[in-house]
Design a protein around this ligand. Structure first.
Ligand code: RIB
Ligand code: CA
Length: 324
């Protein structure tokens, strides 16, 4: 059933989308936080186990909040997937989840360890919020199961995950692979859904030229993010054939830019389902791109193309806005 809800609705107060960011910082999650804080009404941050254990992803989110000096609640959520065992990604993000920079210890306390309840309460108290998950979908799935009424109150879900190919396995992208059961719940929730998968995020690489744009900015935030980009580049390039990529794919901010800068992204409506049983395909997003009239009705706007230069300019502008 195609949802006809207005998916372009923005926060009534500022005309910008109201976003609740659910993340597993994570180098690219950190950039998504900066992007959302600058270009959207960021109503809250929840954390989930993913790139690193929950304790680390939460610490990293608090570090980013302090570096931006923003007044946004941070609540930690699920420490493990619904069914799968927790499996981090230190080979990309380091043991801390945010290796490569001298991170200032957070000075503002965590607002709560009730991330799922925070998602539910926020969506019940304010209509038209976009949920933007950029890690495993555990928190979002539990919120939808525990409070199905929020499905009709949110503006939609714009997530980073999936694709026609994988990065954690041949067929599965990390966020979906980490918690396929949660992803299946989210992709089946019935409301507006935007998917920033690897097909579009691999078009959005932090090349040396782009990293140099960040390095040219003043202040501690730019220095930290430059170091994080350089670390992210080192691990990413070390895992790819020489010359096959020019920098790390900056995945997560595209789930935010799809809402704040929709003109920078092309999208196609498709039916997307999640494989939860396959030996070789568990965690795969099965995207129906067939030109057959018998195909299933679409449930997702799959992002297919990005204006990478302009999108990265929006990220540099966001960093510059907070640079001091
Ligand atoms: O596959 C990329 C995704 O997995 C990104 O969200 C990255 O932060 C990791 O969580
Ligand atoms: Ca992430």
């Amino acid at each position: 059933m195609a949802d006809t809800r207005d998916t372009t609705n923005a926060s009534a107060t500022t005309g910008r989308p109201a976003i609740l960011l659910d993340c597993d910082p994570g180098h690219d999650d950190a950039i998504a936080i900066v992007t959302a804080a600058r270009h959207a009404d960021l109503v809250g941050i929840t954390t989930v186990a993913g790139n690193a254990p929950l304790e680390r992803t939460t610490y990293n989110a608090l570090v980013m909040r302090d570096l931006l000096a923003i007044d946004v609640p941070v609540h930690s959520g699920s420490a493990r997937p619904l069914v799968a065992e927790p499996r981090a990604a230190p080979f990309i993000h380091g043991e801390s989840g945010l290796d490569g920079a001298d991170l200032p210890a957070p000075t503002t306390p965590l607002d709560g360890t009730d991330g799922v309840e925070f998602i539910i309460d926020t969506c019940r108290n304010s209509e038209g919020i976009w949920l933007v998950p950029t890690g495993p979908l555990t928190n979002i799935a539990i919120a939808l199961r525990f409070a199905p009424d929020i499905a009709d109150r949110i503006a939609g879900i714009s997530l980073m995950g999936g694709g026609t190919f994988g990065n954690r396995t041949v067929t599965a992208e990390f966020n979906i692979w980490a918690d396929p059961e949660a992803a299946s719940i989210v992709f089946g929730y019935g409301g507006p859904l935007v998917m920033a998968g690897l097909d579009v995020t691999h078009q959005f690489q932090a090349t040396p030229t782009r990293i140099a744009q960040v390095a040219a900015l003043p202040g501690q935030l730019a220095r930290v993010l430059t170091d994080l980009f350089n670390f992210f580049a080192s691990t990413y390039l070390s895992r790819h054939d020489p010359g096959s990529i020019q920098g790390p794919a900056v995945h997560d901010p595209l789930a935010v830019l799809a809402l704040t800068h929709p003109e920078l992204l092309d999208r196609e409506a498709h039916h997307v389902a999640i494989e939860t049983m396959g030996t070789l395909t568990r965690g795969m997003t099965v995207i129906d791109q067939r030109h057959l009239v018998e195909r299933r009705e679409s449930n997702c706007d799959v992002l297919t193309k990005v204006d990478a230069d302009t999108a990265f300019d929006a990220i540099v502008e966001a960093i510059a806005h907070f640079a001091k």
